[in-house]
Ligand binder design. Structure first.
Ligand SMILES: Cc1cc2nc3c(=O)[nH]c(=O)nc-3n(C[C@H](O)[C@H](O)[C@H](O)COP(=O)(O)O)c2cc1C
Length: 337
């Protein structure tokens, strides 16, 4: 009988399925439902510094719009001020108290001081670990890649110094050499890497000729980049590898484990199929393990990582070589019209 226990951030989980960061678990009843369906852990939505700042500015301008009233209120209630991240922290604490599986927080700040301040406050809620949600969208032509990386490493170093709970880094694949960046972060004793962050990209509304941001979930099987990097990283870093993006079914989870991940995070699959989908995925994993005669995930985790396979090109081939070698098959499948 298959035993699915594994680790994330060095913490033992009953199985590899973590519900990734989103506002799904803001609803504690739904969080409980996810736990009952078999989720091994939950990640609460990110605390974004921009959001706190935005709300603060909004409150300020609302108060200024009623200046006289504001003066009155300040006299009557001298503590009237924006709650800052307090509301987030209260929700997080309640979530932690409402389930018995591990709960992780996620943080995305801008200023170094804020990263440290918020990470410390998050730790005080009693969560089991924290994901640092690192992302940068290139906007400036004169900002060297190394500056971006040094900034993230500096934040990581400082946050690690003040925290006792485990720390994961959720990052994007858009570095010149993600392996180098991850290797350097691993030297800072990161407890896990979440591969990868998925950004909402702008689209253009042709009718109104404006940019807009449609809320797109990940398309099924859009997970090969994650698979490649899990396979490249396994055996080369100390941190746990957590695969994220486009993981929908038991096969996706098993492939990630074979590549070297020890856990996965799912968001789109749960939003599309509901909490009970977790049961189906877990059954599928067990069924495959039983069929293959595996009792523990450790027996096959990383079996198909670059370090373990004999084919030296397995992880090297980019599209060019494959297209050259396989284009005949491709044209058979899609005859030219
Ligand atoms: C509605 C929604 C809210 C999200 N909120 C967050 C968030 O607060 N922090 C974060 O790091 N990722 C957030 N994500 C990204 C997910 O955690 C995940 O990385 C991404 O959706 C890819 O995984 P998936 O293919 O399983 O959806 C959000 C995604 C969705 C769809």
């Amino acid at each position: 009988m298959a035993k699915l226990r594994t680790t994330y951030m060095g913490i033992e989980l009953k199985n590899p399925i973590i519900i990734g960061a989103s506002n799904m678990v803001q609803d504690h009843k739904f969080a409980k439902k996810l736990e009952e369906a078999g989720a091994a852990a939950l990640v609460y939505k990110s605390l974004f510094e921009e959001q706190v700042l935005f709300e603060r500015i909004q409150l300020q301008s609302e108060l200024e719009a009623h200046n006289e009233l504001h003066a009155e209120m300040t006299r009557l209630f001298p503590t009237v001020e924006h709650a800052g991240p307090k509301e987030y922290l209260v929700h997080l604490k309640k979530l932690k108290e409402s389930v018995s599986i591990p709960v992780f927080a996620s943080l995305n700040a801008m200023q170094k001081d804020t990263w440290i301040e918020y990470a410390t406050l998050i730790q005080e809620t009693g969560v089991d670990g924290i994901e640092l949600n690192f992302y940068t969208m290139p906007e400036e032509f004169d900002r060297d890649a190394s500056l971006v990386e040094e900034h993230q490493l500096d934040i990581l170093d400082n946050v690690k110094r003040v925290l006792k709970i485990p720390v994961a880094v959720k990052l994007s694949p858009f570095y010149s050499n993600p392996l180098h960046v991850i290797g350097r972060m691993d030297d800072e004793d990161v407890d896990a890497f979440v591969l990868f962050n998925r950004f909402f990209q702008p689209d253009i509304n042709l009718e109104d000729e404006v940019l807009h941001f449609p809320y797109n979930l990940t398309p099924e099987s859009d997970n090969r980049l994650t698979l490649r990097f899990a396979g490249l990283l396994y055996g080369n870093i100390n941190a746990d590898i957590c695969a994220n993006t486009g993981i929908f079914n038991a096969n996706d989870v098993l492939k990630m484990l074979l590549a070297g991940a020890s856990s996965v995070q799912m968001v789109s699959a749960i939003m599309k199929n509901g909490a009970d989908h977790i049961k189906v995925v877990l059954e599928g994993i067990e069924e495959w393990m039983d069929k293959k005669g595996y009792t523990y995930i450790k027996e096959f985790q990383g079996k198909l990582a670059k370090q373990k396979i004999k084919d030296p090109f397995g992880y090297k081939r980019a599209q060019y070589v494959d297209i050259l070698l396989k284009s005949r098959d491709l044209y058979k499948q899609y005859p030219l019209k």
